[in-house]
Design a protein around this ligand. Structure first.
Ligand SMILES: NC(=O)c1ccc[n+]([C@@H]2O[C@H](COP(=O)([O-])OP(=O)(O)OC[C@H]3O[C@@H](n4cnc5c(N)ncnc54)[C@H](O)[C@@H]3O)[C@@H](O)[C@H]2O)c1
Length: 353
């Protein structure tokens, strides 16, 4: 199949490359000229283990193309994936959808024959309706279908997650379109991936609910860790003891720094704001957000305590500053708030690679 990934970031580049590796022709488009130049020169703009070899293999086989020409990529493809960022808006921390809507407008200008428009970006429920509305202003309804296919890959394990996903969620109402998307994912389904079909709105909410649940698990064990420290119990034992219960599971149940990264902080915020709009109070998720903020402060206070509050001129080492291992993504990493707070009090940091 001919596919176009709009946005060659962590999601668009990894999933586009993996789709090419399944035998499809994939155009990865980005508005960032520097990124596309790097990719065409054989350099990978992000750190993701194993990605460079698969990019190289598919680029040389001419199945994977990198371009800034959005119109050409859309016109050349049957399926168009929207993979642009949906960061927290500065105003109220809801999802900032300006990139998604801009892309929707560009798509509407380039539809000459039938296209499936797939929103892979994490977007609040009803965004698919709005994308459809933008496209419908210029395009005949029979020439496109907007569906939702949220992405669940984890940075650092992204290729494995693409190839062996727990599930593939697709939200669509049109049977012909479902058949085509199922065919695209057929090689993964054959290997055991479950295809979960639902409505477009259902798929949109599944993504936010999943991330919020995982963030809740992390915050839960972090709070249990606080209790364990006060009662001289090893929280790792507690994690194992709880996690062996199949109803709970042991993943995302390790105490550590506050959760960070480019997804959990923004997505937990965004879902509570969306829920408020629909007159629903997601009080558990709101508490999780607060608990996570407290965790950052608590860890900074812990360092102060270890140093008996004598921070000035102390050399402090952070073994890793990204939000987790095997990624170079610094977005919303806990270290971003901890290091400046300690630096302000006079601590010394050297940056080493
Ligand atoms: N990073 C993850 O681990 C992850 C996992 C699952 C879902 N998601 C979701 O996927 C989406 C993308 O995340 P990401 O981390 O890949 O973002 P990213 O910031 O790494 O990449 C987005 C890319 O889109 C490009 N872009 C923006 N507007 C464009 C336009 N008009 N035309 C062409 N390119 C454009 C940007 O230049 C950027 O390179 C977000 O909604 C995110 O929440 C991310």
């Amino acid at each position: 199949m001919k596919i176009c990934m709009i946005g060659a970031g962590y999601v668009g580049l990894v999933s586009g490359t993996c789709f090419a590796d399944l035998g499809n022709t994939v155009y990865c488009v980005d508005k960032d000229k520097g990124k596309i130049e790097m990719l065409n020169d054989g350099e990978i703009p992000i750190y993701e283990p194993g990605l460079d070899e698969i990019v190289k293999k598919n680029y040389l086989a001419k199945r994977l193309k990198f371009t800034t020409d959005l119109g050409l990529a859309i016109r050349s493809s049957d399926i168009v994936f929207i993979c642009v960022g949906t960061p927290s808006s500065k105003k109220n921390k809801s999802a900032d959808l300006q990139f998604v809507y801009k892309v929707a407008l560009e798509i509407s200008k380039n539809i000459k024959k039938f296209k499936i428009i797939v929103c892979k970006s994490t977007v609040p429920v009803t965004t698919g309706d709005k994308i459809e509305k933008i496209i419908s202003r210029r395009t005949n309804k029979r020439l496109y279908e907007v569906i939702s296919n949220p992405e669940f890959l984890r940075e650092g394990d992204a290729i494995r997650d693409f190839r062996f996903p727990d599930r593939i969620v697709v939200g669509a109402n049109n049977k012909k379109v479902l058949k085509k998307i199922s065919a695209l994912y057929e090689p993964l389904i054959k290997k055991g991936a479950k295809l979960f079909l639902t409505t477009r709105r259902g798929a949109e909410i599944i993504k936010y609910a999943s991330n919020s649940f995982l963030a809740t698990k992390i915050s839960f064990i972090n709070e249990i860790a606080n209790l364990c420290e006060n009662i001289d119990v090893d929280v790792e034992d507690v994690s194992l003891g709880i996690g062996l219960d199949k109803r709970i599971g042991d993943r995302f149940l390790r105490a550590g720094p506050a959760y960070g990264g480019s997804c959990f902080p923004k997505d937990t915020q965004a879902i509570t704001i969306t829920a408020n709009k629909f007159k629903t109070n997601l009080s558990i998720i709101k508490s999780v957000i607060k608990s996570n903020e407290n965790r950052k402060k608590l860890l900074t206070r812990k360092i102060e305590k270890i140093l008996s509050n004598k921070i000035r001129n102390k050399k402090i080492t952070f073994l890793g500053v990204t939000f987790k291992s095997n990624t170079d993504d610094m977005r919303n990493s806990t270290s971003i708030s901890m290091i400046p707070a300690l630096k302000k009090r006079g601590a010394n940091f050297e940056i080493k690679k």
